[in-house]
Design a protein around this ligand. Structure first.
Ligand code: CAA
Length: 382
């Protein structure tokens, strides 16, 4: 199937990502089915789509007429089978729990038309493993959006071991039709590109707080002052501390024990403080986005440390053949978040020798092997 043949898209899950992906599909002119397990979840998702479309109408990016047409193009369901029975393309966006994803894919495979492609919006998990629960692993692919899906441009298109080239190309073209910036991930590798490059910074951010070396506000104020739209701790809250926690566990089991979630993070999860979605996380979200007091900025915190950790991890993706070039990594890193600039672009500005030195110091100071500089970073010819 070609992207031109796709008319109807089913999204499984109406949460942070699901409702956003459904909205992206509506904006691109598709008919959409959105499913969740309880009526209140689908209603909340639909409400959030309406709110977001209202904002776009206000900004004159969408006409009122278009908004009405889009809302006429979406149907909601509680039953997966009903939602997917006449879909050309399905995107799963349920919580990051492998058994849950597998169950959803079994149901999708049983009910979706034979030609339909089944995509997972998983942030970290093995597309190959998910695909094995279906009788069409060649038509299963990763299609990973970023939060908020309507605003963030990146879509990672991930090739599972059995994913066919046709499925990859159709998914890539669909992302283009959705006005996104797709990046091909050639090897099904944990965290893919964007989340893998960012993963070790989460170890570092947790260590800094746990050891009482900084407060989240000091770092966020510093990063906001140098132009980031959102500091790294606020971003953890925005995406969800549960996502950081379960992602950390998944990385710990498969890449390195260094990723084991910290006690600091575990306490937040145990207290039900998951960030924006629960009104409290690292910051208080009960009145909307937290006010970050820029006067608290920790001026002696060097942002190059974060870039060193990220650039080092990015070199591992090159060494492992997860993507074909440094340019692809930069494209992903510039489009997935709010920075608008690639990791290697920033790294070149600072110098690879300095960054390798920072990584060496960090690995020694914190006893974290993941921070050790790679040969590629040391050579610096990127
Ligand atoms: N729909 C429509 N418009 C929206 C919107 C939405 N869902 N969310 C924000 N906007 C609009 C706002 O209305 C606002 O418009 P105006 O400028 O015209 O007023 C504009 O976007 C900016 O929003 P805000 O003023 O609220 O705040 P901001 O300038 O900081 O932008 C943000 C918000 C776009 C979220 C920005 O803070 C940002 O880019 N943050 C970083 C997000 C990021 O890094 N995401 C990646 C997370 S990692 C991930 O997602 C991986 C994973 O696997 C889970």
């Amino acid at each position: 199937m070609k992207a031109e043949d796709i008319k109807k898209i089913t999204v499984i899950g109406a949460g942070d990502m699901g409702h956003g992906i459904a909205e992206v599909a509506l904006l691109a002119g598709y008919r959409v089915a959105m499913q969740d397990i309880e009526q209140r979840f689908v209603e909340r998702g639909l409400g959030r789509i309406k709110e977001s479309l209202d904002k776009l109408v206000e900004k004159q990016k969408v006409t009122d007429e278009n908004r009405k047409a889009m809302l006429g193009n979406i149907e909601t369901f509680l039953d997966i089978g009903e939602a997917v029975k006449d879909a050309d393309f399905a995107i799963e966006a349920v919580p990051e729990i492998m058994d849950l994803k597998k169950k959803v894919f079994e149901q999708l495979d049983a009910a979706a038309p034979k030609h339909a492609i089944l995509a997972s919006n998983t942030s970290n998990m093995s597309v190959t493993e998910i695909a094995l629960t279906t009788k069409r692993p060649d038509q299963v692919v990763g299609m990973h959006f970023f939060n908020p899906a309507v605003m963030m441009k990146l879509v990672e298109v991930i090739k599972g071991e059995k994913t066919s080239e046709e499925t990859m190309q159709t998914t890539y073209d669909l992302a283009l039709k959705m006005n996104k910036v797709p990046v091909r991930v050639e090897k099904d590798s944990i965290g893919f590109v964007y989340n893998r490059v960012n993963a070790p910074t989460q170890i570092y951010l947790s260590l800094l707080v746990e050891r009482g070396m900084v407060t989240p506000e000091e770092i966020d104020a510093r990063m906001r002052k140098i132009g980031m739209p959102m500091g790294p701790y606020e971003l953890m809250d925005y995406v969800g501390l549960d996502v950081a926690y379960y992602g950390g566990q998944y990385f710990a089991e498969r890449i390195s024990r260094d990723y084991e979630p910290s006690d600091w993070l575990k306490k937040k999860i145990d207290a039900g403080e998951l960030g924006k979605k629960t009104g409290k996380g690292i910051f208080d979200w009960s009145k909307g986005r937290p006010e970050i007091d820029l006067s608290k900025s920790k001026e002696d915190f060097d942002p190059a440390v974060l870039i060193a950790i990220q650039a080092n991890e990015a070199t591992k993706l090159l060494e492992e053949g997860v993507v074909t070039s440094a340019e692809e990594i930069d494209k992903a890193m510039a489009s997935g978040g709010g920075s608008g600039i690639g990791t290697f672009q920033m790294a070149r500005g600072i110098g690879f020798e300095k960054l390798a030195g920072i990584c060496e110091d960090l690995a020694r100071e914190f006893g974290v092997k993941v921070f050790e500089p790679t040969e590629t970073l040391r050579k610096g010819n990127i």
